[in-house]
Design a protein around this ligand. Structure first.
Ligand code: SAH
Length: 386
C-alpha cells in the first residue's frame, strides 16, 4: 500500500470532479516522502480519495493521477494515458499538421508532462520537482508512443536549460500547418519552441486577412504574420521586442515564399508602436495583440489587468471604423469573462463600439480537463470596431 496523506480541508468533491491539485496548506504529510513518490490521499475520516504523486517541499504538494482505488500509479498507467493522448490527436489533428501537442499535462491526465512533436522531434516541458523525478519515465513513454527522432527536455527547476537527451538534431526543424511552414528552434525557443496553441486562431486570422493592413504585436516568430501574409494581406508589420524572434519571423516569410519587401519587421516595444499608431489612427485595419502572460499569479492580477487594458485601448484608438482587433491572453488567472470586461473598458476609454465576432481558446490538441479551470489558460477574441 502506498503511504497516505490526509486532507485537512474538504476537497474531496473538488478532486472527484477532476481537479488534480492539492496545495500544502490543505494536507497533512507524513515524514520521509520524496519527490515523485506515489501516495494515497485520504479524507479526514480515513477514506480513499485519490492516488497520485507528491512533491513534499513544493506548495503544489500532491497531484492526483487517479480517483480509482484499484488503479496503480506507475509507468504502465503513464504509458496507457500517453497512448490515449496520442489517439485523441490521431482523431483531431489533420495529417498535414506536423507540429502539435501530444500531451497537455494534467489536461491529458498526465501530471507534469507537456510534450510537443515538431516534425518527429519531441520537445518535453516537465513541470516542478515531479518533472525532475519522473523525467526518465516520461522520456521512455514518449519514445515508446511517438518514436521521435530526437528528444529535448526542459524543466524550469533544472539547471542549465533545455537538453537534448536522445537522438540528433541536425539542421533546421520545420513544421507544416496545412499551407503554412514554420522553422522551430526546439532547443532555444520559447515554450517548447513554438506557440502551437494558436494554430486554430492563425486560421481565423488567415480568413480575415485578404486586402488588409496588419499589425502583429508580440509576434514572436511571426505565426500570425505568416498566416495573414499567405492569405492576401496587403501589408504585415511584425513587432516583437526580441530581435532574434523578429529575424526568425523573416526566415518564416522566406520559408513560405512570401516576399519580404511589402512587409515590415520591427524589434520594438509593442506599447510604443501602439502609442504611435493611436496618435495617428487608420494605418492598420487588423491589429493582433498576443502578449506574454502579464498575470503569472493572482498577486499580479491588478497590474496585469491595467496592462491588458492599456494595450487594448491603444489598439482600439489606432483602428479605423470597420477594423478588426484580435486580442489574446494566455494566463489562467484571466478568464474569458475578465478579458471581455477588460475589452469593454478599453472600448469605452477609446470611444469605440465593439462587436464580438468570436471567442476561442487553444486548439484541440490542447484539450481541457473537466473540473480544472487552470486548463483554460488561452483566450482569443476577435472584435469588430465601429
Ligand atoms: N504571438 C506569438 C506568441 C507571443 S509570445 C505567436 O503566435 O507565436 C509573447 C512575445 O511577446 C514574446 O515573443 C516576447 O518576446 C514578446 N514581448 C514581450 N514583451 C514585449 C513588448 N513589450 N513589446 C513587444 N514584444 C514583447
Amino acid at each position: 500500500m502506498p503511504p497516505a496523506l490526509t486532507l485537512t480541508q474538504r476537497l474531496e468533491a473538488h478532486l472527484r470532479n477532476g481537479h488534480p491539485w492539492v496545495f500544502r496548506d490543505a494536507l497533512h504529510l507524513p515524514q520521509g516522502l520524496r519527490d515523485g513518490d506515489v501516495a494515497d490521499l485520504h479524507d479526514a475520516a480515513g477514506r480513499f480519495v485519490a492516488r497520485g504523486t507528491v512533491e513534499p517541499d513544493s506548495p503544489l504538494t500532491f497531484r492526483a493521477w487517479t480517483t480509482r482505488e484499484d488503479e496503480a500509479v506507475n509507468e504502465d498507467l503513464l504509458l496507457r494515458r500517453l497512448h490515449r493522448a496520442r489517439s485523441l490527436r490521431d482523431d483531431l489533428v489533420p495529417p498535414d499538421v506536423t507540429g502539435f501537442r501530444l500531451c497537455h499535462g494534467e489536461n491529458d491526465h498526465i501530471p507534469g508532462l507537456q510534450c510537443d512533436l515538431y516534425d518527429g522531434v519531441a520537445s518535453l516541458r516537465t513541470d516542478g520537482r515531479l518533472g525532475l523525478a519522473w523525467e526518465e519515465r516520461f522520456v521512455r513513454a514518449v519514445q515508446e508512443v511517438a518514436n521521435p527522432r530526437a528528444v529535448v527536455v526542459r524543466n524550469p527547476h533544472a539547471e542549465g536549460g533545455p537538453r537534448l537527451v536522445a537522438g540528433h538534431l541536425d539542421g533546421e526543424v520545420v513544421i507544416s500547418e496545412g499551407d503554412r511552414l514554420f522553422t522551430v528552434d526546439v532547443l532555444h525557443g520559447q515554450k517548447t519552441g513554438f506557440f502551437l496553441d494558436q494554430r486554430d486562431n492563425r486560421d481565423r486570422i488567415a480568413r480575415l486577412a485578404l486586402g488588409r493592413r496588419v499589425l502583429n504585436c508580440f509576434a514572436y516568430t511571426g505565426g500570425f504574420s505568416v498566416a495573414a501574409a499567405l492569405h492576401g494581406a496587403e501589408h504585415v508589420t511584425t513587432v516583437d521586442i526580441a530581435a532574434p524572434a523578429v529575424e526568425t519571423a523573416q526566415r518564416n516569410f522566406t520559408l513560405n515564399d512570401i516576399p519580404l519587401a511589402p512587409h515590415a519587421f520591427r524589434a520594438a516595444d509593442a506599447f510604443d508602436v501602439l502609442a504611435e499608431q493611436a496618435a495617428h489612427p487608420g494605418r492598420y485595419d487588423l491589429i493582433i495583440l498576443d502578449p506574454p502572460s502579464f498575470a503569472p499569479n493572482k498577486k499580479t492580477l491588478p497590474r496585469a489587468r491595467k496592462a491588458y487594458g492599456k494595450l487594448n485601448e491603444l489598439a482600439l484608438k489606432a483602428l479605423p471604423p470597420g477594423g478588426w482587433l484580435a486580442t489574446a491572453s494566455c494566463s489562467s488567472h484571466i478568464r474569458e469573462i475578465d478579458l471581455l470586461d477588460i475589452l469593454a473598458e478599453a472600448a469605452h476609454a477609446a470611444r469605440r463600439e465593439l462587436t464580438i465576432a468570436s471567442v476561442s481558446g487553444a486548439g484541440a490538441d490542447h484539450p481541457r480537463r473537466l473540473g480544472f479551470p487552470e486548463g483554460a489558460y488561452l483566450n482569443f477574441i476577435l472584435a469588430w470596431v465601429a
